[in-house]
Design a protein around this ligand. Structure first.
Ligand code: GLN
Length: 285
């Protein structure tokens, strides 16, 4: 038996040569002790850990040393006020995507009255982060979410169930599931694979996260597929919100010119907290 703080300090020392965050060690300790929050490892620092808990912790620290993201080790990621189940079938929700939601909740008033029953689709939902956050904030919106990956969709469903959020889930590529169901959408949101330069990616991301959710294949671009098919789901006004790579502004501008020529549309880019063009808001009258 050892006290939590003793186990923590030992691990911290052992982890020195590796790029391991002390906060990740606390996430693991909280998980192993069944605490609700990593902060509890401070409040209960004198609590004893049994052999089993220590063995589990040590095996998890080995995984951290091996660059595995802590979220996959504990199968949980924070996203706004949600704690989402995640596994290697889905991308771990990112800070940028919380900014996407924040920007949407600010910008929505420019385009729609959010008290209406807006029909929203989250394309490439992955863990369901965007769909769950939106349905949680706007209970009256009719939220659907889709993904080409069935295992990802299972994760998203699990998260919607966890928070009792009524969201419709469909398997399929880009707008296909909505076109097949003759749906008319008011808002399309998507954080599709957008990384162009593989050198931008950390090993913890490239080794562990699903490459199909990360890398933009220009010959099969979700952005392009959505914009090319927009006429099939648009009835009234339509707002499209994309999370984009910092280097994709011109690409998105060109796609809009190519596919939205018949519409009167407004395209606006919003920067993220790192001052990079990260969000595209496209409004079609
Ligand atoms: N923001 C993610 C990253 O940089 C990429 C997400 C995506 O491609 N949609 O790791």
């Amino acid at each position: 038996m050892k006290k939590i703080y003793e186990v923590y300090l030992e691990a911290l020392k052992l982890c020195e040569p590796y790029h391991i965050l002390s906060s990740d060690l606390r996430v693991l300790l909280a998980f192993d002790m069944g605490f609700a929050s990593p902060i509890d490892t401070l409040y209960y620092k004198d609590k004893e850990m049994n052999e089993e808990q220590i063995a589990l912790f040590n095996s998890q620290v080995e995984r951290l040393k091996n660059n595995e993201p802590v979220e996959y080790i504990v199968n949980e990621a924070n996203f706004l006020d949600l704690k989402l189940y995640v596994d290697r079938n889905v991308l771990i929700p990112r800070m940028e995507t919380t900014e996407l939601i924040a920007n949407l909740s600010e910008k929505i008033y420019d385009y729609f009255d959010p008290r209406n029953y807006l029909v929203v689709a989250d394309i490439g939902t992955g863990s369901g982060a965007i769909a769950c956050a939106i349905k949680n904030m706007y209970k009256n919106w009719l939220v659907s979410a889709s993904d080409i990956s069935s295992p990802a969709l299972e994760v998203a469903k699990k998260n919607a169930e966890k928070y009792s959020l009524p969201i419709s889930f469909y398997q399929g590529d880009s707008l296909k599931p909505y076109i097949e169901r003759n749906m008319n959408l008011d808002i399309i949101i998507s954080n599709p694979p957008y990384i162009v330069n593989k050198k931008d990616v950390q090993p913890s991301v490239s080794f562990f996260e699903p490459s199909s959710a990360l890398y933009l294949d220009f010959s099969s671009s979700v952005y392009e597929k959505i914009l090319a098919d927009v006429n099939k789901v648009k009835k009234g006004s339509l707002l499209i919100v994309f999370e984009i790579g910092y280097d994709l502004k011109e690409y998105i501008e060109d796609l809009c010119k190519k596919y939205l020529g018949n519409y009167s549309y407004k395209l606006e880019f919003i920067k993220d907290l790192n001052d990079l063009d990260r969000f595209a808001f496209i409004f079609l009258e």
